[in-house]
Write a protein that binds this ligand. Structure first.
Ligand code: TDO
Length: 205
């Protein structure tokens, strides 16, 4: 069995749901989740700069993260287990600013999400999981930032019932003290006046 790469443009402009190349035979399976030429053909021209993996127990929530400065587009896939993955459009000039979309990513469905620059990203772990990231920018610790997973303005519907309720979440200290969407809006205003247009150029910090 051979399944070719498949790219689905999402309604948050610049984001994609991608099914990797997959083939199976009597030995097992073969998955290719990135190929520069195929991605280029579909208009995704990010340079791959960094790859990392996170390992999480059921109930872990990592959200909603982004880098302030040195924007980092990333290709995210759950290589083992099952997560509920969420992207949030944080481009102030976008028609879908502040909107979120959620996706089941699992080793079974093999789906991956292309998270564009200026998006927030996070996930809830529904089964013990390993998640892979292929990033178009390196990690920039000074710019490491995020918005609270339960921000009332963004209002993400996390499937907490699948982990036994919200009281079961496992969350880092950092993620319990992230900014609100309102704070983010205020921050953007400051950037606008100090550094020019947000959303159209990469910052060099
Ligand atoms: C993300 C990252 C973290 N680190 C370090 C910082 C810290 O000491 C340790 C763990 O970092 P964190 O707690 O921020 O890891 P984590 O909460 O898994 O952060 C990740 O969450 C998801 C949702 C994303 O989208 C990623 O881009 C990233 O922000 O690893 C790096 O050295 N390089 C990296 O690229």
């Amino acid at each position: 069995m051979i399944e070719r790469f498949n790219f689905k443009k999402l309604d948050l402009q610049g984001a994609y749901l991608i099914r990797p190349f997959y083939s199976t035979d009597e030995r097992g399976g073969f998955i290719k989740d990135f190929n520069i030429e195929v991605f280029y053909k579909h208009g995704i021209t990010h340079e791959l700069k960094e790859v990392f993996y996170t390992i999480s127990k059921k109930g872990v929530i990592r959200a909603i993260h982004f880098q302030l400065g040195r924007q980092q587009a990333k290709l995210v896939r759950c290589v083992s287990g099952h997560i509920y993955d969420v992207i949030v459009d944080l481009r102030p000039k976008s028609e879908t600013f502040g909107q979120w979309r959620g996706f089941d990513l699992s080793s079974e469905n093999r789906n991956e999400i292309l998270v564009p620059e200026y998006f927030g990203h996070g996930y809830l772990v529904l089964e013990d999981s390993v998640v892979s990231y292929k990033c178009a920018e390196v990690f920039y610790s000074e710019g490491d930032s995020g918005i609270m997973y339960n921000d009332p303005d963004i209002n993400i519907f996390w499937p907490f019932e699948k982990i036994g309720g919200v009281e079961e979440i496992i969350i880092s200290d950092k993620d319990q003290n992230l900014m609100s969407f309102q704070d983010y809006n205020n921050l953007i205003q400051k950037w606008d006046s100090k550094r020019g247009e947000y959303g159209e150029s990469k910052y060099n910090n």
